[in-house]
Write a protein that binds this ligand. Structure first.
Ligand code: GDP
Ligand code: MG
Length: 187
């Protein structure tokens, strides 16, 4: 869904996924600079448009619970960037989240779609390092697409919002996506 309108304005469709409790909704609020203290468990979807550096980021926060997956599958169409959120302190579920991510990469609608993985909750003392998570998830075996892992805390904003500027990690990755001059047109 990349739309180049006259100027350099770029509109991207970003899907935010991850296990329940990973911090997706908090991250979305953080990106939209909203109060992160009033989060209720997602029923269905949260959709927000965030304007940043000439880009319009349409972020879809899809309640990740596996049992409702058949319902959100169709929302993966025309995705420009998959943002996958992991609770870095929830070691018990690393295997589950890794499996989920690997299944997502097999989704037809996400073929070749770049992935930004947020190793969230880094403010917690028990959080694993992003490098350890990358190794545990075998990210190096994902060779069919661009991926990047970013340590962050959706509560403090660290790693999500780069301080003293309005640049976000997502914007930086979006810039990488936009770099190719002759990218095949989607839609
Ligand atoms: N300590 C800490 N807690 C977080 C962070 N991000 C989210 N949480 C908490 O984790 C819980 C689940 O967050 P939520 O955004 O609802 O997760 P979602 O199910 O993926 O949408 C909430 O209690 C959040 O306050 C973080 O970076 N650090
Ligand atoms: Mg949520």
């Amino acid at each position: 869904m990349q739309k180049l309108k006259g100027s350099a304005e770029l509109e991207l469709r970003i899907v935010l996924l991850g296990l329940d409790n990973a911090g997706k909704t908090t991250l979305l609020k953080c990106l939209a600079s909203e109060d992160v203290n009033t989060i209720t468990p997602t029923q269905g979807f949260n959709i927000k448009s965030v304007a940043s550096h000439g880009m319009k980021l349409n972020v879809w926060d899809i309640g990740g619970q596996r049992k409702i997956r058949p319902f959100w599958k169709k929302y993966l169409e025309n995705t420009d960037l998959l943002v996958y959120v992991i609770d870095s302190a929830d070691k018990k579920r690393f295997e589950e989240t890794g499996l989920e991510l690997s299944e997502l990469t097999d989704e037809e609608n996400l073929a070749g779609v770049p992935i930004l993985i947020f190793a969230n909750k880094q403010d917690l003392g028990t959080a694993s390092l992003a490098s350890e998570i990358a190794e545990g998830l075998n990210l190096h075996t994902y060779r069919d697409r661009v991926w990047q892992i970013q340590a962050c805390s959706a509560v403090t904003g660290e790693g999500v919002q780069v301080r003293d500027s309005r640049v976000t990690s997502i914007t930086m990755v979006a810039k990488i996506i936009r770099t190719p001059v002759f990218s095949p047109a989607k839609n």
